[in-house]
Design a protein around this ligand. Structure first.
Ligand SMILES: Cc1cc2nc3c(=O)[nH]c(=O)nc-3n(C[C@H](O)[C@H](O)[C@H](O)COP(=O)(O)OP(=O)(O)OC[C@H]3O[C@@H](n4cnc5c(N)ncnc54)[C@H](O)[C@@H]3O)c2cc1C
Length: 464
């Protein structure tokens, strides 16, 4: 067998003795799939891929890694979009997908206890069987894992009304890089004993510890959900409608937008009957008591029309609602068809500045001669500008990098941030100092050192 590993034989034997040789891969073919996550342009093959099956095994692996100074990158489904799961310094990729059990769902306590490798949609479906809702719903939910979602503090289409992953994490079992196992938080809805390490670990992108169990909050499953769609001449009109909806005291579950390029890409891809001439599409939806949902959707439609919507319809049936949501969910694959490579980015601005931000993105794209379509979570001010290009066109890649640099700066200039939900990983790291300032960045590094004195966990990322 041709071994890809830069690890010495003794270390590989020790890995095998911890998890069993069948759970360690070191061949070039075996490690290659773990060289990338869903971020184009970033890749580096690990020296070994290890699939542990218990917390004790994770602890033993991390003790060994700290002792030998071997980099370790935890990994769920590898759907991250900022290269957070790419092993930039080689070493071990620690895959958590064998941790795939839902340990408990408690209707009485409104919580679930589950292992980190459970897919978001699997937990959602299991909760629904008990009449409960696990609210965070990233677009990748059919495959992305609870461990990955917690480590990136994933958002989703329901973020406006329900918040993001951090709002649902009650407690964690975490293995520290030194091999110590800690339990933060727990089953309690109120617990202020000590610093809130659960929140610190949520969104820490696999740089502080390895999550081996999570206790997450559930909600009663809404009785009913429905959607509508409004088409506007410009995104500025749609932006005013968003402000009008929130200003009217309505916080819908879903308030998503697509720009004209995305509308046309989705229509080419899925043929959903969207209106191609619109400058922007606003998808709105709510859930809960059917009468209240109907009243909210009617009020939202009125507001959209009063802000100049060209057309506004609400779905009459569940299937129609699902088709509308599909229009938003397939934005990325639809845009990806415009070129062989799609770079999906993430920035957030204060809600009232959404339209201004899209105008800036369009101007930046034109100046750098790159194709960028933008969609996102209008209610959260969270935009996903997506650039399509050819991976071998190095000149276009260079122009895209410059364009995205300007886009992140424009977001900060408008009072926003460089990532709303995907994280920092490797691709956003060059912009973090600008966002946080030196004092905060230094503090982050000291926090990282307190958790990970040998610097073995996901090196070259947050806290490095
Ligand atoms: C089509 C598509 C749609 C998407 N839609 C959304 C969306 O709507 N909202 C959103 O927020 N994101 C979205 N994403 C991005 C991505 O799905 C999220 O970042 C997701 O949370 C990653 O989960 P994962 O299991 O794939 O984790 P991975 O990609 O494997 O890892 C992500 C990070 O978490 C760390 N990690 C993973 N498991 C653990 C663990 N057990 N302990 C410690 N660290 C760990 C890794 O080291 C890495 O830093 C989308 C991605 C795609 C491809």
């Amino acid at each position: 067998m041709r071994r890809a590993t830069g690890l010495d034989d003794r270390l590989v034997s020790r890995l095998e003795s911890i998890v069993g040789s069948e759970h360690v891969r070191t061949s070039a073919g075996g490690v290659a799939p773990y060289a990338r996550d869903a971020t184009p342009l970033f890749h580096r093959a690990p020296d070994a891929v290890v699939h542990p099956g218990s917390t004790d095994e994770v602890a033993a692996l991390l003790r060994l890694a700290t002792e030998t100074g071997t980099p370790v990158v935890p990994r769920g489904a590898g759907t991250n979009l900022c290269a957070a799961a790419v092993p930039l310094r080689g070493g071990i990729v620690l895959v958590l997908t064998r941790f795939n059990q839902i340990l408990e769902i408690s209707a009485a306590e409104l919580l679930a206890v589950c292992q980190p490798g459970v897919a978001n949609a699997t937990l959602g479906a299991a909760a629904a069987e008990h009449g409960l809702l696990y609210a965070p719903d990233p677009g990748s939910r059919s495959v992305s894992t609870i461990g990955g979602n917690i480590s990136t503090c994933a958002g989703g289409l329901r973020g406006l009304k329900y918040g993001v992953t951090r709002n649902y994490v009650l407690g964690l079992e975490v293995v520290l890089p030194t091999g110590e196992v800690i339990r933060t938080g727990g089953r309690l809805w109120k617990d202020v004993a000590g610093y809130d390490l659960t929140r610190l670990l949520t969104g820490s992108e696999g740089t502080l510890g390895v999550i081996t169990e999570a206790t997450v909050a559930l909600l009663p499953l809404p009785a009913y959900a429905a959607c509508g769609v409004a088409y506007f001449p410009t995104l500025a009109d749609a932006g005013r409608a968003v402000a009008g909806v929130i200003g009217a005291g309505i916080v819908p579950a879903t308030l998503e937008f697509l720009d004209n390029r995305c509308i046309n890409a989705v229509e080419d891809y899925a043929g959903l009957g969207l209106r191609r001439d619109a400058g922007a599409l606003l998808l709105f939806g709510d859930d809960g008591d059917p009468e209240r949902v109907a009243a909210h959707l009617a009020r939202i439609s009125d507001i959209c029309l009063s802000e100049g919507a060209l057309d506004c319809t609400t779905a009459k049936e569940v299937a129609e609602s699902e088709a509308l949501l599909a229009a938003r969910r397939c934005s990325l694959p639809a845009l990806a068809r415009l070129g062989p490579m799609a770079i999906l980015e993430d920035a957030t601005v204060p809600r009232p500045r959404l339209a201004e931000m899209v105008d800036r993105i369009d101007a930046i794209a034109e100046r750098h001669d790159v194709v960028i379509g933008t969609f996102g979570h209008a209610g959260d001010g969270n935009l996903h500008p997506t650039c399509v290009l050819h991976p071998e066109d190095t000149d276009a890649i260079e122009r895209a990098h410059k364009a995205f640099g300007e886009i992140f700066r424009a977001a900060m200039d408008l009072g926003g941030t460089i990532s709303g939900e995907h994280g920092i990983g490797a691709s956003k790291l060059p912009y973090l100092a600008e966002r946080l300032g030196t004092a905060q960045l230094d503090l982050l590094r000291r926090v990282k050192t307190a958790f990970d004195p040998a610097g073995i966990l996901n090196p070259g990322k947050l806290g490095s």
